[in-house]
Design a protein around this ligand. Structure first.
Ligand SMILES: Nc1nc2c(ncn2[C@@H]2O[C@H](COP(=O)(O)OP(=O)(O)OP(=O)(O)O)[C@@H](O)[C@H]2O)c(=O)[nH]1
Ligand SMILES: [Mg+2]
Length: 313
């Protein structure tokens, strides 16, 4: 077996980090890599944790890791940073503040930039999740700042999405706009030591109720104070309970199946595009768009020319 895969199976964090950097930087892994990783990556639970900047996501995850460890579960954390083109694992101390786990081989933490290419994030999160799962991590957490598209991409790569809000998170219209209700399996109101936490919980409950869909369990709402570690164990229990129920009613396997399908489609899309853009094609495009006058031609007809040119050759 390939020695990189062997090292990942042995939970070698240096090898893990290298492979994740390659995925982050769009360096292609051999197809056989993911073929061999696949059977090893089935068991881990993947959780997305998203919410507005500064909501306390990292503080929460930090506490959550301790609870996981106390319950004999190893953890991988990836902090996705949509604003950073490349992190190289840096900023970790700043943004993630989970340094006490640095020497613990049951905890792997790093950040990952998205190269401004948010569309590719779902794929990267899948691939990175697989690699972490293959190293034996029981729970894999993706932290994303819920400000745009990034959290939606990550939601496609996880089993459960937790949306973290704070008492100031505001009115229902904002929540709707953010589209967070669509992706949330769980809501956490953090900083519940502050005024307004109860009010937001009530408001959220009403909104969720009016939006209730038959095929989806109404997301539970938990009040926590991450900075004091309050409510974290309850969150852990609630997530594990949720997991048991979505396993038993097949919701999880259906969700994973549709994720699997989308992934196959994505791989095909990428392969087709890569096959199309040969050196000759790139040259043709350059030649055909040499001057600004080339824009007189509709982009559709130029695309058609590029599509059909080998066939006419
Ligand atoms: N009062 C109060 N403050 C908290 C609580 N949880 C976190 N904080 C504080 O909120 C600030 C932001 O916490 P982070 O954990 O970095 O928040 P984040 O959501 O990870 O931030 P980004 O990753 O930058 O979006 C820090 O100063 C925390 O100490 C809480 O329960 N109550
Ligand atoms: Mg953070």
């Amino acid at each position: 077996m390939d020695s990189v895969i062997q090292k990942i199976k042995e939970n070698n964090h240096v090898a893990l980090s290298r492979v994740i950097s390659r995925i982050e930087n769009d360096e292609k892994m051999e197809d056989s890599f993911f073929e061999e990783i696949h059977p090893l990556s089935q068991d881990a639970i993947r959780i997305g944790i998203t919410g507005p900047p500064g909501a306390g996501k990292s503080t929460l995850i930090n506490e959550f890791i301790s609870v996981c460890l106390n319950n004999q579960k190893s953890v991988g954390v990836v902090a996705v940073d949509p604003t950073s083109p490349f992190t190289g694992g840096a900023f970790l101390g700043d943004r993630v503040r989970m340094n006490q786990f640095l020497w613990n081989d049951q905890v792997f933490i790093r950040s990952m930039g998205s190269h401004g290419d948010l569309g590719g994030l779902a794929k990267k999160a899948q691939d990175v999740g697989d690699v972490l799962a293959a190293s034996g991590k029981d729970i894999i957490i993706f932290e994303t700042v819920g400000v745009g598209q990034g959290e939606h991409d990550v939601a496609k790569a996880v089993d459960i999405t937790v949306v973290v809000l704070v008492p100031e998170s505001g009115d229902e219209i904002q929540l709707m706009k953010a589209g967070l209700i669509e992706i949330a399996d769980f809501f956490v109101i953090n900083k519940s030591d502050r005024e307004g936490a109860g009010r937001l919980a009530q408001l959220l409950k009403n909104v969720l109720h009016s939006f209730a869909k038959q095929d989806k369990i109404e997301p539970p709402i938990l009040n926590i104070t991450a900075s004091k570690g309050e409510g974290i164990f309850e969150l852990f229990l609630a997530l594990m309970g949720h997991l048991t129920s979505i396993k038993s009613n097949n919701y999880l396997s259906q969700k994973r199946l549709s994720r699997y399908r989308e992934r196959v489609q994505g791989i095909i899309r990428e392969a087709l595009e890569n096959a199309f853009w040969t050196e000759e094609k790139n040259q043709s495009l350059d030649q055909l768009t040499e001057g600004v006058d080339s824009m007189l031609q509709s982009p559709y007809s130029l695309a058609k020319t590029l599509f059909t040119e080998d066939k006419n050759a």
